[in-house]
Design a protein around this ligand. Structure first.
Ligand code: LRH
Ligand code: MN
Ligand code: MN
Length: 384
């Protein structure tokens, strides 16, 4: 039975790339104090954990987060009170990948993409990470450009080779996306395709659900329920979107959708660590301050989970059994409409944290200090 105390074991993983300068393809705005290297990204992420108590891991993206010594990076993370989370491979920024990576018609290019995953697995071994996260940007732009079927066959073969690289405690997390950068077909466009590949690979392969990667009006909580039922929901990439893959702060566009997703999570006890679901953020902060943006996002997820934990499951089941449509709906809405902000602040205080993490971070002077120290900070991800 779920309870509000379950918040004590819930954690959220932060993306290293949220701390660098990001933008659209029109402009990347530079922000004072942004990190100059992966060490500083981890230090910034640790600030989010320090004020929320909820974000003890940082995902890395390779080669954005390339360093000489990953043992040293992991030690730095530990010194800052966090650890290294998922290792994301990058298959979308190399000239050789014009026609795709793991599904490329050329065996030499596919081999190169597979070798990149071997390097990522080495990073996992050095950092203690257990999740290899693979988002496949492959696809085609025009009907006839390549065979849809042949691309799937090549992909299945490549994925098998990537899977074979894993150690026993490792997982391969496969992320799907409806469109972009390819506009006619993506080779892993949806959860059905991702799940089909995972099932063929084995128990260590799971699906990643990025909330921004669906067609408008897709019922995401339904997908969550189905993947949990299949035992294959490996992780979330949380963010919000108004139009496409906007990578805005989670809970900003549609807090009710976030609640509905977490309601399905709680219904199947997937918020508990034993479920293995890794709740990650995948966001870019283009115009807002980055560390505060991450703090806000973590709090938004916490708030939605707190509300989902308030759903009276016994009353809900009873109403469902009786066919009491409006009664069942009211149980869910009562939880959603409860203002949990004060009780979450009380909870924070009980745990020795500041009641208002955003205000506390702002007052800490951290940003002024790093802005003075760090000159020429890194441009992250999309502006690169
Ligand atoms: C692709 C994506 C994927 C990448 C990240 C930077 O759109 O969601 O997760 O690794 O963005
Ligand atoms: Mn993503
Ligand atoms: Mn995305």
């Amino acid at each position: 039975m779920s309870s509000p105390a379950d918040l004590d074991t819930f954690t959220i993983e932060l993306p290293s790339w949220a701390f660098g300068n990001a933008g659209t393809r029109f402009k990347v705005f530079a922000t004072p104090g942004v990190p100059r290297d992966p060490y500083e990204k981890i230090s910034d992420a640790a600030q989010v954990h320090r004020y929320t108590g909820l974000a003890p891991r940082v995902s890395l993206h390779i080669p954005w987060d390339l360093v000489d010594d990953y043992d040293a990076l992991a030690r730095h993370a530990a010194d800052e009170g966090v650890s290294i989370g998922a290792i994301n491979s990058n298959l979308f920024q190399d000239d050789d990948y014009r026609l795709g990576s793991l599904a490329n018609p050329s065996k030499a290019v596919r081999d190169k993409a597979i070798a990149h995953h071997a390097a990522c697995v080495d990073v996992m071994r050095a950092t203690g990470s257990t999740d290899l996260k693979l988002w496949l940007p492959d696809g085609t732009n025009y009907p006839g450009q390549d065979s849809i079927r042949a691309r799937q066959d090549r992909l299945a073969d490549s994925l098998q080779q990537v899977y074979a690289l894993l150690d026993p405690g490792h997982r391969l997390l496969i992320e799907y996306k409806l469109f972009e950068p390819s506009f006619y077909t993506m080779d892993i466009p949806d959860w059905g395709t991702a799940l089909t590949h995972c099932l063929a690979l084995g128990d260590q392969a799971n699906v990643v659900l990025d909330t921004g990667h669906h067609a408008p009006s897709t019922n995401i909580e339904f997908i969550v329920a189905m993947l949990l039922r299949a035992g294959r929901l490996g992780a979330f990439d949380f963010n919000s979107r108004f139009y496409a893959d906007d990578d805005l702060m989670v809970g900003a566009a549609d807090p009710f959708q976030l609640f509905r997703i977490l309601n399905e999570i709680v219904e199947q006890d997937a918020h508990l660590p034993a479920s293995g679901v890794n709740f990650m953020l995948d966001q870019c902060h283009n115009i807002e301050p980055k560390i505060q943006g991450q703090i806000r996002s973590v709090l938004n997820v916490e708030e939605a989970l707190a509300k989902a934990l308030l759903v009276d499951r016994a009353a809900l089941t009873a109403a469902q059994q009786e066919g009491d449509v409006l009664g069942a709906h009211a149980v869910v809405m009562d939880a959603y409409n409860t203002d949990v902000r004060r009780s979450l602040a009380d909870r924070r205080e009980d745990k020795g944290l500041e009641r208002d993490p955003v205000a506390a971070f702002r007052a800490s002077g951290y940003l002024d200090r790093v802005s003075a120290e760090r000159v020429g900070g890194l441009q992250a991800s999309w502006g690169a």
